[in-house]
Design a binder for this molecule. Structure first.
Ligand SMILES: Cc1cc2nc3c(=O)[nH]c(=O)nc-3n(C[C@H](O)[C@H](O)[C@H](O)COP(=O)(O)OP(=O)(O)OC[C@H]3O[C@@H](n4cnc5c(N)ncnc54)[C@H](O)[C@@H]3O)c2cc1C
Ligand code: SF4
Ligand code: SF4
Length: 406
């Protein structure tokens, strides 16, 4: 490095727009590098040694935020505590002193690899975030809770309607809210919040009522199949009409739907990943008479028909409104089919949508599904003479490819 070069460091930050103020990172950090006030959780640049121990436990990914900054002008704790949004990556050559070209190149490469969420669609409505916090949650009343999965189904997935009463709780399709389960964990600390996608459109489960619906799966075993009673999902699934629930949020500034007429939605989901797809589909259904139409294509995977939330209502939607493709993986006597198989079967129509600059792609469901779906989309493009490797970055850059898995 030349004598005039600025020493550059990778500063660990927390995205205040995504963070749900759950305190998990502060409890996890082994050296006390995370602190907070009533507004923000922040990382102390003088303490953090980039050990990454806090990344995996963060339920939102807000902790996985980084900026390349000149060492002499890192963002201080005091500065970070005033933020509502993360500052953009500073142009490092504007820092005092000259950067040698090799440092500029390395910095550019490091930023390119950071990835992160896509921008929202250009016509998405403005999302409100962080209106209610752990310290000041909204209190909603349960106005409905019924089982969506069939009697013989192995999973208990429920449609839960929350009424926000006099509290303003503006929501957009694709956003999530946080639920604060009552009680404490094994260490005597309040349970941390869990996120749930909104399953109803922005004007409410019942239009013009101040309410919203959730699609919640009761967790009875962990990811390895061992019996366990999930704290928040069991709490929610057991709620009765009239019960009160503490809610924080809303969250989400990226996985939002386009508002302009003629935009197409290509939706791929499994299980409760159907919640945002239901919200978007219902928004379009209510707006179609106003000319907001465009093509809707849905790929929906489940073990069997009775395990699939919203199977009945989906079947009633007109075929010229939405093109629905189910994939069932555990039907006795039938071959296993996954969403990626159905995408390949419908390759010509999927490729036609992907080639349309007005198509927006949404993928939501189990962690790990993204790889299979992306591979299927790549195969479909190749077969139809399109270059997925060229299309994919453009989709992301233009806010037309959104993924949410958990
Ligand atoms: C952005 C986002 C959106 C989400 N949207 C929804 C939604 O719309 N509907 C919904 O039901 N859930 C949704 N989730 C998952 C939800 O936040 C909880 O993680 C889930 O309900 C389990 O919480 P719990 O308190 O019941 O289980 P915990 O008490 O937190 O966990 C108990 C055990 O179960 C395991 N486990 C956690 N989640 C699951 C799971 N989903 N399946 C199997 N095992 C699990 C854990 O590893 C742990 O071992 C979403 C998560 C994210 C990050
Ligand atoms: S959401 Fe992530 S960054 Fe925010 S307080 Fe919780 S663990 Fe920390
Ligand atoms: S990276 Fe390590 S040191 Fe830095 S805040 Fe996270 S846990 Fe603490």
């Amino acid at each position: 490095m030349s004598e005039t070069a600025v020493e550059v460091v990778r500063q660990h930050l927390i995205d205040p727009e995504i963070c749900i103020r759950c305190n998990t990172c502060e409890e996890t950090c082994p050296i006390g590098a995370i602190t907070h006030d009533a507004r923000n959780y922040v990382v102390n640049p003088g303490k953090c040694d980039n050990c990454n121990a806090c990344l995996a436990p963060c339920p939102t990914g807000a902790i996985d935020s980084w900026r390349q900054v000149a060492k002499a002008s890192v963002y201080t704790v005091e500065e970070q505590l005033t933020w509502d949004v993360l500052p953009p990556q500073r142009d490092l050559v504007d820092e005092p002193g000259e950067l040698p070209p090799e440092v500029v190149r390395i910095v550019a490469l490091a930023s390119a690899g950071q990835g992160g969420a896509s921008p929202p669609p250009w016509s998405a409505a403005h999302p409100y975030v962080n209106l209610y916090t752990v310290a000041k949650p909204a209190v909603a009343t349960v106005s409905g809770n019924f089982r969506l999965t069939g009697d013989g189904a192995s999973s208990d997935i429920r449609h839960i309607v929350l009424d926000f009463g006099q509290s303003a709780f503006p929501l957009l399709e694709g956003q999530t809210i946080g639920i604060l389960p009552p009680g404490t964990d094994a260490h005597g600390r309040p349970h941390h919040p869990r996120l749930y996608s909104i399953a109803s459109p922005r004007d409410g489960e019942r239009p013009r009522y101040n309410n919203a619906a959730l699609t919640v799966k009761r967790v009875t075993e962990d990811h390895d199949g061992r019996p366990v009673a999930g704290v928040a999902s069991n709490y929610l699934c057991d709620l009765a009409k009239g019960d009160s629930v503490k809610v924080i949020g809303p969250y989400g500034t990226s996985f939002l739907m386009p508002n302009h007429p003629g935009s197409n939605l290509l939706m791929v989901c499994t299980g409760t990943g159907s919640a945002p797809m239901r919200a978007m589909t219902e928004r379009r259904r209510r707006r179609v008479a106003l000319g907001e139409g465009g093509s809707l294509m849905l790929f929906f995977g489940a073990r069997a028909e009775e395990e699939l939330p919203y199977f009945g209502p989906l079947m009633k939607l007109p075929k010229d409104f939405i093109d629905i493709n189910f994939a069932f993986s555990r039907v006795p006597g039938a071959p296993k089919r996954y969403v990626q198989d159905r995408i390949r079967e419908r390759g010509a129509d999927v490729a036609k949508l992907l080639a349309d600059p007005d198509t927006y792609v949404y993928i939501c469901g189990l962690k790990g599904m993204e790889e299979g779906v992306a591979q299927a989309l790549a195969d479909v493009c190749r077969e139809q003479g399109l270059d997925w490797d060229a299309i994919m970055p453009v989709l992301r850059e233009q806010g037309r490819y959104h993924l949410e898995t958990y």
